[in-house]
Design a protein around this ligand. Sequence first.
Ligand code: HPA
Length: 288
Amino acid sequence: MSDAAFDRSAPIPPSAQPARIAALVAAVRARTDLVPRIGLVLGSGLGDLANDVEDAVSIPFADLPGWPAATAPGHVGRLVLGRIAGVPVVVLQGRFHLYEGNSAGLAIQPVLLFRALGAELVILTNAAGGANPAYGAGTLMVISDHINLTGVSPLLGQNADEIGERFTDLTDVWAPAHRAALHAAGAAEGVPLEEGVYVALLGPNYETPAEVRMLRTLGADAVGMSTVIEAIAARWCGLEVCGVSLVTNPGAGYSGVPLSHEEVLEAGAAAGPKLARVIRRFIGGFAG
Ligand code: HPA
């Protein structure tokens, strides 16, 4: 579908999701009958994990009804179904960010699709800045909780009761048992993992130093431009959630040097393989 004919910013209320997700399921089922147990969203620079998928069936976003091609630099837009460590998975390589002008309703469709395809758990990954001054480039942080400062909820508008409740509980979004399993996978791989709070802003500009100090005061350990609305939607539709941030740079103002997307991609490429090992081992725990 060409972007000219497609308004990625058009609001999609929850009540419009069931028909759209059904169309997406049909498009996927025309290509594969694999039922994933786990959905995986790959953040900036982490796309290589998609190459680990065995027996992969790969679907470009543009072939999926209602999905525009991914536009963010460093994001390839495709949905990959197959197996990692023997476990059936669906992997989103690239995601729909709010800062691209996507509606929140569009941004959560991958997660709703994962659920509709049969997944029980979603693993969300992202590149982030370090709001915790102890976090340098390459720090990997298991997400323990989040703060939504995007100013939007993907659940605005008439609810779809067949997908989830009107008022979604977010007490344990970031499931303690999965966090523990991620730490165990990190220890087994010899990869140190921190744990902390992820704050999402709209972007696409990076933060000012004053904003990073404010976020730190509010309890942030990492700051980024994705993930939280997906996590909210995942809980709404009944998926379990866990996630890891790859800190690609100290937050603005900490290091004295300007932030650049190249730096983000470089740090992602450097630390991405370590995170890939952790996630592969974590997923392997679901085998059998
Ligand atoms: N801020 C917000 N998002 C980011 C950053 C940052 O410093 N680094 C990578 N993604």
